[in-house]
Design a protein. Sequence first.
Length: 366
Amino acid sequence: MWKTMRCNFIKRGFLLFFLLLLTTIIPSPAQTGGTFSIKQNVIGGGTATKSAGGNYNIRATIGQQGTVPVLSPNYSAFGGLWATRIRGRDVFADFDGDDKTDLGIFRPSVGEWWYWRSLDGQTVAAQFGSSNDIITPADFTGDGKTDIAFWRASTGEWFILRSENSTFFSFPFGANGDVPHPADFDGDGKSDAGVFRPATATWFILNSSGIGTSTVNFGSNGDRSVVADYDGDGRSDIAIFRPSDGSWWYLRSSDSQFRVFSFGVSTDRTVPGDWTGDGKADLAVWRPSTGEWFVQRSEDNSYFSFPFGNSTDIPAPGDFDGDGKFDAAVFRPANANWFVQASTAGTIILQFGLAADRPVSNAYVR
């Protein structure tokens, strides 16, 4: 009898072991809803609530249908992916890496940068550049934080202050008369030095991925650069706004096809960005005469508008509340006040800077 019981126990133990082994080999169905928390970062570095950096390939596991993979060379994944988002781009003017645009100014008189960290409310200052330099903040190093940077027109040199350790590097690219507009054109998670040469309507891009320099003829003399990711493929698209007729032209990096839209008038200021949170940049303008914002939705080309600011304000939009949507924002030199109409957090009013300062998030407003 003891032998029989012992034999049955061994058989049951073997069966239990087999079932456990089987469950490790055969994956359970993917979760398609609800929330979860990341307790260990198994894809990249980060904290207990955020996994960031590196490469990933996600195939229909975040509430998506079908088998088309989601690819990105650089990402940030927050707890509850179904409720939030995966972003393959850096948030503009995000100096502390919390996926929110930080209030920041450049003081030309002394070449100083000042920004207010949304992560902890601390103010940081750095002296980098001079009054004649053109500020070009972007994530040149791919760490998820915006680097303080400028382009010196007289020499065509770029100067970048690394966010990692506050050391800097520089290199020549471009010539006097060019319009600098860095962006991640090659999709490697790092911003590339890029210039638009109006005289010849030529773009020159120094790809950080190592594929060399790209030279593209697109636009005409008098056009303004409005670079953004209009097709949502994780790469910035070469684009121009033509004041003479209010037309937008952009070259889709996903298929090398161009698109043309009429949106705005010559006196508008261009403020393209992802205003609707669909992962694609929307055409957008701010009209100084009325303080109105006009946004053309990338989803269906319909538009919406709203008033925010006045004619003496400086438009400086960004994603200030970190919800994946651009927020209307203006800097008022008269009293150095910032007014932000955050899409999730509501209206923010904060005094930061001096009257002669230039808001950093206005760097690429044309």
